[in-house]
Design a protein around this ligand. Structure first.
Ligand code: MN
Ligand code: MN
Length: 471
Protein backbone atom coordinates (compact mmCIF):
# COMPACT_ATOMS: atom_id res chain seq x y z
CA UNK A 1 0.00 0.00 0.00
CA UNK A 2 1.40 3.39 -0.91
CA UNK A 3 1.64 5.92 1.88
CA UNK A 4 -1.49 8.10 2.14
CA UNK A 5 -1.27 11.76 3.09
CA UNK A 6 -4.23 14.06 3.60
CA UNK A 7 -3.96 17.82 3.44
CA UNK A 8 -6.96 18.91 5.45
CA UNK A 9 -8.95 22.09 5.87
CA UNK A 10 -7.37 24.41 3.34
CA UNK A 11 -8.60 26.38 0.38
CA UNK A 12 -7.28 25.17 -2.97
CA UNK A 13 -6.19 27.88 -5.39
CA UNK A 14 -5.44 27.42 -9.09
CA UNK A 15 -5.15 29.95 -11.92
CA UNK A 16 -8.91 29.69 -12.42
CA UNK A 17 -10.53 28.41 -9.22
CA UNK A 18 -10.62 28.77 -5.47
CA UNK A 19 -12.55 26.30 -3.31
CA UNK A 20 -12.45 24.55 0.04
CA UNK A 21 -11.11 21.05 -0.42
CA UNK A 22 -9.01 18.40 1.23
CA UNK A 23 -6.27 16.91 -0.93
CA UNK A 24 -5.60 13.18 -0.86
CA UNK A 25 -2.16 11.94 -1.83
CA UNK A 26 -1.35 8.28 -2.42
CA UNK A 27 2.35 7.62 -2.84
CA UNK A 28 3.76 10.40 -5.01
CA UNK A 29 0.58 11.54 -6.70
CA UNK A 30 -2.57 13.45 -5.92
CA UNK A 31 -5.52 11.08 -6.14
CA UNK A 32 -8.50 13.13 -5.02
CA UNK A 33 -9.72 16.57 -4.03
CA UNK A 34 -12.93 17.05 -2.08
CA UNK A 35 -14.46 16.48 1.30
CA UNK A 36 -12.00 14.18 3.02
CA UNK A 37 -13.98 13.51 6.19
CA UNK A 38 -14.16 9.81 5.29
CA UNK A 39 -10.66 9.47 3.89
CA UNK A 40 -8.04 7.49 5.83
CA UNK A 41 -4.47 8.64 5.81
CA UNK A 42 -1.17 7.77 7.45
CA UNK A 43 -0.27 11.46 7.74
CA UNK A 44 -2.52 14.46 8.16
CA UNK A 45 -1.24 17.88 7.17
CA UNK A 46 -3.19 20.68 8.80
CA UNK A 47 -4.01 23.41 6.28
CA UNK A 48 -6.56 25.30 8.37
CA UNK A 49 -6.45 28.99 7.52
CA UNK A 50 -4.10 28.30 4.63
CA UNK A 51 -4.21 28.36 0.86
CA UNK A 52 -3.22 25.15 -0.91
CA UNK A 53 -1.39 25.79 -4.16
CA UNK A 54 0.83 23.90 -6.60
CA UNK A 55 4.50 23.98 -5.59
CA UNK A 56 6.52 26.76 -7.19
CA UNK A 57 8.26 26.11 -10.51
CA UNK A 58 11.40 28.19 -11.06
CA UNK A 59 12.68 27.65 -14.59
CA UNK A 60 15.72 29.89 -14.17
CA UNK A 61 18.34 28.92 -11.59
CA UNK A 62 22.13 28.62 -11.70
CA UNK A 63 23.32 26.16 -9.06
CA UNK A 64 26.87 24.86 -8.99
CA UNK A 65 27.40 27.09 -12.00
CA UNK A 66 30.95 27.68 -13.28
CA UNK A 67 31.73 31.01 -14.92
CA UNK A 68 32.50 30.85 -18.64
CA UNK A 69 36.21 31.39 -17.94
CA UNK A 70 36.20 28.61 -15.34
CA UNK A 71 37.59 30.93 -12.66
CA UNK A 72 34.69 31.00 -10.28
CA UNK A 73 31.60 29.07 -9.25
CA UNK A 74 28.33 30.02 -7.60
CA UNK A 75 28.23 29.69 -3.82
CA UNK A 76 25.24 27.34 -3.95
CA UNK A 77 25.65 23.75 -5.03
CA UNK A 78 22.67 21.60 -5.97
CA UNK A 79 22.08 20.80 -2.30
CA UNK A 80 22.15 24.26 -0.73
CA UNK A 81 20.32 25.74 -3.72
CA UNK A 82 17.45 23.27 -3.68
CA UNK A 83 17.17 23.44 0.12
CA UNK A 84 16.79 27.19 -0.29
CA UNK A 85 14.17 26.60 -3.02
CA UNK A 86 12.22 24.19 -0.81
CA UNK A 87 12.12 26.63 2.10
CA UNK A 88 10.63 29.19 -0.26
CA UNK A 89 7.94 26.85 -1.57
CA UNK A 90 9.59 26.00 -4.88
CA UNK A 91 9.45 22.28 -5.65
CA UNK A 92 10.76 22.27 -9.22
CA UNK A 93 13.77 24.01 -10.66
CA UNK A 94 15.09 24.02 -14.20
CA UNK A 95 18.82 24.76 -14.30
CA UNK A 96 21.38 24.81 -17.11
CA UNK A 97 24.05 22.63 -18.67
CA UNK A 98 27.06 24.17 -20.35
CA UNK A 99 29.77 22.09 -22.01
CA UNK A 100 33.41 23.08 -21.51
CA UNK A 101 35.19 23.72 -24.82
CA UNK A 102 36.81 20.26 -24.63
CA UNK A 103 33.57 18.47 -23.78
CA UNK A 104 30.58 17.24 -25.77
CA UNK A 105 27.06 18.41 -24.83
CA UNK A 106 25.93 14.91 -24.01
CA UNK A 107 28.87 14.23 -21.72
CA UNK A 108 28.38 17.59 -20.00
CA UNK A 109 24.71 16.75 -19.47
CA UNK A 110 25.52 13.35 -17.91
CA UNK A 111 27.98 14.89 -15.44
CA UNK A 112 25.53 17.61 -14.40
CA UNK A 113 22.83 14.98 -14.00
CA UNK A 114 24.99 12.83 -11.72
CA UNK A 115 25.86 15.79 -9.51
CA UNK A 116 22.25 16.97 -9.29
CA UNK A 117 20.89 13.48 -8.63
CA UNK A 118 23.26 13.10 -5.69
CA UNK A 119 22.31 16.40 -4.05
CA UNK A 120 18.94 17.88 -5.02
CA UNK A 121 16.12 17.81 -2.48
CA UNK A 122 13.44 18.78 -5.03
CA UNK A 123 12.92 17.80 -8.68
CA UNK A 124 14.94 19.37 -11.43
CA UNK A 125 15.35 19.64 -15.17
CA UNK A 126 17.97 21.17 -17.46
CA UNK A 127 18.17 23.62 -20.32
CA UNK A 128 21.33 22.95 -22.37
CA UNK A 129 23.30 26.07 -23.34
CA UNK A 130 24.06 26.27 -27.05
CA UNK A 131 27.79 26.94 -27.48
CA UNK A 132 29.06 29.68 -29.82
CA UNK A 133 30.77 27.05 -31.98
CA UNK A 134 27.58 25.01 -32.50
CA UNK A 135 27.16 23.37 -35.89
CA UNK A 136 25.36 20.29 -37.16
CA UNK A 137 27.16 17.83 -34.87
CA UNK A 138 26.36 19.89 -31.74
CA UNK A 139 22.73 20.31 -32.76
CA UNK A 140 22.48 16.54 -33.31
CA UNK A 141 23.69 16.03 -29.73
CA UNK A 142 21.24 18.67 -28.51
CA UNK A 143 18.42 16.93 -30.39
CA UNK A 144 19.31 13.71 -28.58
CA UNK A 145 19.11 15.60 -25.27
CA UNK A 146 15.72 17.00 -26.29
CA UNK A 147 14.46 13.45 -26.72
CA UNK A 148 15.70 12.80 -23.17
CA UNK A 149 13.65 15.66 -21.85
CA UNK A 150 15.83 18.75 -22.28
CA UNK A 151 13.21 20.45 -24.44
CA UNK A 152 14.38 24.04 -24.14
CA UNK A 153 17.77 25.39 -25.22
CA UNK A 154 19.44 28.57 -24.06
CA UNK A 155 21.16 31.02 -26.41
CA UNK A 156 23.32 33.80 -24.98
CA UNK A 157 23.41 36.96 -27.09
CA UNK A 158 25.97 38.50 -24.72
CA UNK A 159 29.06 37.56 -22.64
CA UNK A 160 32.46 37.01 -24.31
CA UNK A 161 33.09 33.33 -24.92
CA UNK A 162 29.42 32.42 -24.55
CA UNK A 163 27.57 34.74 -26.95
CA UNK A 164 26.39 33.27 -30.20
CA UNK A 165 26.24 35.09 -33.52
CA UNK A 166 23.24 35.37 -35.84
CA UNK A 167 24.31 32.26 -37.76
CA UNK A 168 23.96 30.14 -34.61
CA UNK A 169 20.67 31.82 -33.72
CA UNK A 170 19.26 31.12 -37.19
CA UNK A 171 20.46 27.54 -37.40
CA UNK A 172 19.60 26.90 -33.75
CA UNK A 173 16.07 28.34 -33.79
CA UNK A 174 15.38 26.39 -37.00
CA UNK A 175 16.51 23.23 -35.27
CA UNK A 176 14.31 24.12 -32.29
CA UNK A 177 11.31 24.43 -34.62
CA UNK A 178 12.08 21.00 -36.11
CA UNK A 179 12.64 19.27 -32.76
CA UNK A 180 9.76 20.86 -30.82
CA UNK A 181 12.21 22.71 -28.59
CA UNK A 182 11.57 26.12 -27.00
CA UNK A 183 14.52 28.48 -27.62
CA UNK A 184 15.37 30.82 -24.75
CA UNK A 185 17.50 33.92 -25.11
CA UNK A 186 19.58 36.07 -22.82
CA UNK A 187 18.78 39.16 -24.83
CA UNK A 188 21.47 41.82 -24.71
CA UNK A 189 23.60 42.92 -27.65
CA UNK A 190 26.96 41.68 -26.36
CA UNK A 191 28.98 43.82 -28.75
CA UNK A 192 27.28 46.99 -27.48
CA UNK A 193 27.84 45.89 -23.87
CA UNK A 194 31.54 45.20 -24.56
CA UNK A 195 31.94 48.58 -26.26
CA UNK A 196 30.26 50.46 -23.41
CA UNK A 197 32.42 48.55 -20.92
CA UNK A 198 35.63 49.51 -22.75
CA UNK A 199 34.62 53.16 -22.89
CA UNK A 200 33.92 53.22 -19.13
CA UNK A 201 37.27 51.55 -18.38
CA UNK A 202 39.14 54.01 -20.65
CA UNK A 203 37.55 56.78 -18.66
CA UNK A 204 38.58 55.11 -15.35
CA UNK A 205 34.92 54.56 -14.47
CA UNK A 206 35.58 51.16 -12.90
CA UNK A 207 33.48 51.37 -9.71
CA UNK A 208 31.13 48.48 -8.95
CA UNK A 209 27.93 50.42 -9.72
CA UNK A 210 29.18 51.25 -13.24
CA UNK A 211 28.05 47.78 -14.27
CA UNK A 212 24.69 49.49 -14.73
CA UNK A 213 26.05 52.00 -17.25
CA UNK A 214 27.65 49.23 -19.33
CA UNK A 215 24.29 47.58 -20.05
CA UNK A 216 21.92 49.96 -21.79
CA UNK A 217 18.19 49.58 -22.31
CA UNK A 218 18.68 49.78 -26.07
CA UNK A 219 21.21 46.92 -26.03
CA UNK A 220 18.45 44.78 -24.51
CA UNK A 221 15.79 46.05 -26.89
CA UNK A 222 17.96 45.39 -29.95
CA UNK A 223 18.64 41.81 -28.92
CA UNK A 224 14.95 41.10 -28.25
CA UNK A 225 14.05 42.54 -31.63
CA UNK A 226 16.71 40.50 -33.42
CA UNK A 227 15.79 37.27 -31.63
CA UNK A 228 12.09 37.74 -32.41
CA UNK A 229 12.90 38.52 -36.03
CA UNK A 230 15.00 35.39 -36.43
CA UNK A 231 12.42 33.23 -34.64
CA UNK A 232 9.69 34.57 -36.89
CA UNK A 233 11.83 33.96 -39.98
CA UNK A 234 12.39 30.29 -39.19
CA UNK A 235 9.00 29.62 -37.58
CA UNK A 236 10.01 28.94 -33.99
CA UNK A 237 8.44 30.25 -30.79
CA UNK A 238 10.68 32.27 -28.46
CA UNK A 239 11.14 32.70 -24.72
CA UNK A 240 12.98 35.80 -23.50
CA UNK A 241 14.47 35.29 -20.05
CA UNK A 242 14.88 38.06 -17.46
CA UNK A 243 13.17 40.94 -19.26
CA UNK A 244 14.52 43.93 -17.33
CA UNK A 245 13.75 46.95 -19.50
CA UNK A 246 10.42 48.47 -20.42
CA UNK A 247 11.84 48.85 -23.96
CA UNK A 248 12.28 45.09 -24.16
CA UNK A 249 8.78 44.52 -22.79
CA UNK A 250 7.37 46.87 -25.44
CA UNK A 251 9.20 44.92 -28.13
CA UNK A 252 7.66 41.67 -26.88
CA UNK A 253 4.20 43.24 -26.66
CA UNK A 254 4.41 44.44 -30.26
CA UNK A 255 5.04 40.93 -31.55
CA UNK A 256 2.45 39.35 -29.28
CA UNK A 257 -0.09 41.77 -30.73
CA UNK A 258 0.58 40.12 -34.11
CA UNK A 259 -0.12 36.76 -32.45
CA UNK A 260 3.47 35.67 -32.60
CA UNK A 261 4.45 33.06 -29.96
CA UNK A 262 6.93 35.10 -27.93
CA UNK A 263 7.00 34.84 -24.15
CA UNK A 264 8.82 36.83 -21.51
CA UNK A 265 10.06 36.14 -18.00
CA UNK A 266 11.04 38.70 -15.43
CA UNK A 267 12.57 38.30 -11.98
CA UNK A 268 11.77 39.80 -8.57
CA UNK A 269 15.01 41.81 -8.44
CA UNK A 270 13.89 43.87 -11.46
CA UNK A 271 10.51 44.60 -9.87
CA UNK A 272 11.57 45.28 -6.29
CA UNK A 273 15.08 46.72 -6.32
CA UNK A 274 16.52 49.50 -8.43
CA UNK A 275 19.71 51.26 -9.47
CA UNK A 276 18.97 53.90 -6.86
CA UNK A 277 19.50 51.20 -4.20
CA UNK A 278 23.15 50.70 -5.18
CA UNK A 279 24.21 53.82 -7.09
CA UNK A 280 25.63 55.35 -3.92
CA UNK A 281 27.32 52.25 -2.56
CA UNK A 282 30.97 51.26 -2.76
CA UNK A 283 31.92 47.60 -2.96
CA UNK A 284 28.48 46.57 -1.63
CA UNK A 285 27.04 47.59 -5.00
CA UNK A 286 28.50 44.26 -6.18
CA UNK A 287 25.61 42.56 -4.36
CA UNK A 288 23.26 43.92 -7.05
CA UNK A 289 25.42 43.10 -10.07
CA UNK A 290 23.62 40.84 -12.50
CA UNK A 291 22.88 41.03 -16.22
CA UNK A 292 20.80 42.65 -17.51
CA UNK A 293 21.43 45.12 -14.69
CA UNK A 294 18.95 46.14 -12.05
CA UNK A 295 17.59 49.32 -13.62
CA UNK A 296 16.22 52.71 -12.55
CA UNK A 297 13.25 52.89 -10.21
CA UNK A 298 11.15 54.56 -12.91
CA UNK A 299 11.42 51.37 -14.98
CA UNK A 300 9.78 49.18 -12.33
CA UNK A 301 6.15 50.19 -12.84
CA UNK A 302 6.39 49.43 -16.54
CA UNK A 303 7.54 45.90 -15.74
CA UNK A 304 4.70 45.46 -13.26
CA UNK A 305 2.35 46.66 -15.96
CA UNK A 306 3.78 44.09 -18.39
CA UNK A 307 3.09 41.41 -15.77
CA UNK A 308 -0.44 42.63 -15.17
CA UNK A 309 -1.31 42.68 -18.87
CA UNK A 310 0.24 39.29 -19.59
CA UNK A 311 3.06 40.57 -21.81
CA UNK A 312 5.36 38.86 -19.31
CA UNK A 313 4.25 35.29 -18.68
CA UNK A 314 6.42 33.91 -15.90
CA UNK A 315 8.50 34.88 -12.89
CA UNK A 316 11.82 33.11 -12.51
CA UNK A 317 14.69 34.16 -10.28
CA UNK A 318 17.94 33.77 -12.26
CA UNK A 319 19.24 32.66 -8.85
CA UNK A 320 23.03 32.80 -9.08
CA UNK A 321 24.38 33.20 -5.56
CA UNK A 322 27.78 34.70 -4.85
CA UNK A 323 29.08 35.98 -1.53
CA UNK A 324 30.26 39.48 -0.61
CA UNK A 325 32.87 38.01 1.72
CA UNK A 326 35.38 35.42 0.51
CA UNK A 327 34.91 32.07 2.27
CA UNK A 328 37.96 29.77 2.25
CA UNK A 329 36.07 26.88 0.71
CA UNK A 330 34.76 28.72 -2.36
CA UNK A 331 36.45 29.93 -5.55
CA UNK A 332 36.58 33.72 -6.01
CA UNK A 333 33.26 35.41 -5.22
CA UNK A 334 32.12 39.05 -5.49
CA UNK A 335 35.39 40.45 -3.99
CA UNK A 336 37.16 39.37 -7.17
CA UNK A 337 35.71 42.51 -8.76
CA UNK A 338 36.41 44.96 -5.94
CA UNK A 339 36.85 48.37 -7.55
CA UNK A 340 36.70 46.89 -11.06
CA UNK A 341 33.16 46.03 -12.18
CA UNK A 342 33.97 43.76 -15.17
CA UNK A 343 35.39 41.15 -12.77
CA UNK A 344 32.38 40.97 -10.46
CA UNK A 345 30.69 37.57 -10.85
CA UNK A 346 27.24 38.28 -12.27
CA UNK A 347 24.26 37.08 -10.33
CA UNK A 348 21.96 37.56 -7.35
CA UNK A 349 20.26 35.07 -5.02
CA UNK A 350 16.48 34.81 -4.79
CA UNK A 351 15.16 31.26 -5.25
CA UNK A 352 13.94 31.22 -1.64
CA UNK A 353 12.38 34.69 -1.68
CA UNK A 354 10.50 34.62 -4.99
CA UNK A 355 7.06 33.57 -3.79
CA UNK A 356 7.12 35.60 -0.59
CA UNK A 357 8.20 38.90 -2.13
CA UNK A 358 5.91 38.60 -5.15
CA UNK A 359 3.00 37.64 -2.93
CA UNK A 360 3.64 40.72 -0.83
CA UNK A 361 4.18 43.22 -3.63
CA UNK A 362 1.85 41.59 -6.17
CA UNK A 363 -1.13 40.12 -4.30
CA UNK A 364 -1.07 42.04 -1.00
CA UNK A 365 0.01 45.13 -2.93
CA UNK A 366 -3.12 44.87 -5.09
CA UNK A 367 -1.38 44.50 -8.45
CA UNK A 368 -2.91 41.13 -9.29
CA UNK A 369 -4.94 38.39 -7.65
CA UNK A 370 -4.02 35.04 -6.18
CA UNK A 371 -4.93 33.23 -9.41
CA UNK A 372 -2.48 35.26 -11.45
CA UNK A 373 0.12 34.65 -8.73
CA UNK A 374 -0.25 30.87 -9.07
CA UNK A 375 -0.08 31.13 -12.85
CA UNK A 376 3.09 33.26 -12.80
CA UNK A 377 5.06 31.21 -10.29
CA UNK A 378 3.89 27.66 -11.05
CA UNK A 379 1.33 26.88 -13.74
CA UNK A 380 2.58 28.94 -16.69
CA UNK A 381 6.25 27.98 -16.32
CA UNK A 382 5.18 24.32 -16.04
CA UNK A 383 3.20 24.62 -19.28
CA UNK A 384 5.86 26.50 -21.23
CA UNK A 385 8.60 24.12 -20.16
CA UNK A 386 6.82 20.82 -20.77
CA UNK A 387 6.11 19.94 -17.12
CA UNK A 388 2.34 20.31 -17.09
CA UNK A 389 0.16 18.62 -15.79
CA UNK A 390 2.75 16.67 -13.84
CA UNK A 391 3.82 19.93 -12.18
CA UNK A 392 2.12 23.31 -11.80
CA UNK A 393 -1.37 22.10 -10.94
CA UNK A 394 -3.34 20.25 -8.28
CA UNK A 395 -5.37 17.60 -10.07
CA UNK A 396 -5.71 13.84 -9.66
CA UNK A 397 -2.74 12.25 -11.40
CA UNK A 398 -0.40 15.21 -10.87
CA UNK A 399 2.73 14.88 -8.78
CA UNK A 400 1.90 15.78 -5.19
CA UNK A 401 4.00 18.94 -5.16
CA UNK A 402 1.89 21.02 -2.84
CA UNK A 403 2.41 24.30 -1.09
CA UNK A 404 0.41 24.98 2.06
CA UNK A 405 0.63 28.75 2.18
CA UNK A 406 -0.06 30.79 5.28
CA UNK A 407 -1.46 34.14 4.13
CA UNK A 408 -1.40 35.53 7.68
CA UNK A 409 2.27 34.99 8.47
CA UNK A 410 4.43 37.79 9.78
CA UNK A 411 7.91 37.13 8.53
CA UNK A 412 10.91 39.37 7.98
CA UNK A 413 13.31 38.36 5.23
CA UNK A 414 16.95 38.36 6.31
CA UNK A 415 20.23 36.84 5.18
CA UNK A 416 20.57 35.41 8.68
CA UNK A 417 17.38 33.44 8.17
CA UNK A 418 17.73 32.24 4.58
CA UNK A 419 19.24 28.97 3.36
CA UNK A 420 21.23 29.92 0.28
CA UNK A 421 24.98 30.24 0.83
CA UNK A 422 24.81 33.86 -0.32
CA UNK A 423 25.78 36.07 2.61
CA UNK A 424 23.34 38.84 1.80
CA UNK A 425 19.71 39.18 0.78
CA UNK A 426 18.44 41.87 -1.59
CA UNK A 427 15.17 42.00 0.39
CA UNK A 428 16.83 42.31 3.80
CA UNK A 429 14.31 43.64 6.31
CA UNK A 430 11.25 43.25 4.07
CA UNK A 431 8.19 42.16 6.04
CA UNK A 432 5.99 39.64 4.27
CA UNK A 433 2.58 38.34 5.26
CA UNK A 434 2.54 35.19 3.11
CA UNK A 435 4.87 32.29 3.71
CA UNK A 436 5.04 28.52 3.17
CA UNK A 437 3.86 26.53 6.20
CA UNK A 438 4.27 23.08 4.68
CA UNK A 439 5.92 22.12 1.39
CA UNK A 440 5.39 18.72 -0.20
CA UNK A 441 7.34 17.22 -3.08
CA UNK A 442 5.94 14.03 -4.66
CA UNK A 443 4.03 13.33 -1.46
CA UNK A 444 6.97 13.84 0.91
CA UNK A 445 6.80 16.68 3.41
CA UNK A 446 10.11 18.40 2.63
CA UNK A 447 9.65 21.54 4.74
CA UNK A 448 7.26 21.93 7.64
CA UNK A 449 7.05 24.89 10.04
CA UNK A 450 10.54 26.01 9.13
CA UNK A 451 12.18 22.57 9.44
CA UNK A 452 13.75 20.60 6.59
CA UNK A 453 12.81 16.93 6.27
CA UNK A 454 14.42 16.08 2.94
CA UNK A 455 17.54 13.99 2.45
CA UNK A 456 20.06 15.07 -0.21
CA UNK A 457 19.45 13.26 -3.45
CA UNK A 458 15.69 12.70 -3.09
CA UNK A 459 15.06 15.10 -5.99
CA UNK A 460 14.62 13.53 -9.42
CA UNK A 461 15.45 14.48 -12.96
CA UNK A 462 12.42 15.60 -14.94
CA UNK A 463 12.33 14.49 -18.56
CA UNK A 464 10.22 17.28 -19.96
CA UNK A 465 7.67 17.10 -22.77
CA UNK A 466 7.33 19.62 -25.58
CA UNK A 467 6.40 23.19 -24.66
CA UNK A 468 2.73 24.11 -24.51
CA UNK A 469 2.72 27.58 -26.04
CA UNK A 470 -1.05 28.00 -26.13
CA UNK A 471 -2.17 30.99 -24.12
MN1 MN B 1 21.25 35.77 -18.34
MN1 MN C 1 20.53 33.26 -16.02
Amino acid sequence: MPKRTLIRGGEVVTPTDRFRADVLIEGERITALGDGAQWDADTIVDAAGCLVMPGGVDTHTHLEHMSANGLTRTADDFHSGTVSAAFGGTTTIVDFVRARPDQGMYDAFQRRLESAEAQCVVDFGFHPIVPPTAGDATFDELARLAREGATSWKFFMSYPGTMVDDRVLIQGFRRCAEEGVLPMVHAENGTLVADATQRLLSDNQTAEHQHHAAHSHVAEREAVHRAVTIAESVGSPLFVVHVSSRLAAEEIARHQARDFAVFGETCPQYLLTSYEDYAGLGFEAAAYVCSPPIRERANQEDLWHALQTGVISTLGTDHAAFTLSQPDDLPPQKPQGRGYFPKIPNGVPGVEDRLMVIWEAGVVGGRFDVHRFVDLVATRPAKLFGLYPRKGTLTPGSDADVLVWDPAADHTITAAGHHTRADYNLYEGMRVSGRPRHVLSRGDIVVSDGELHAPAGRGRYLARATSDTSR
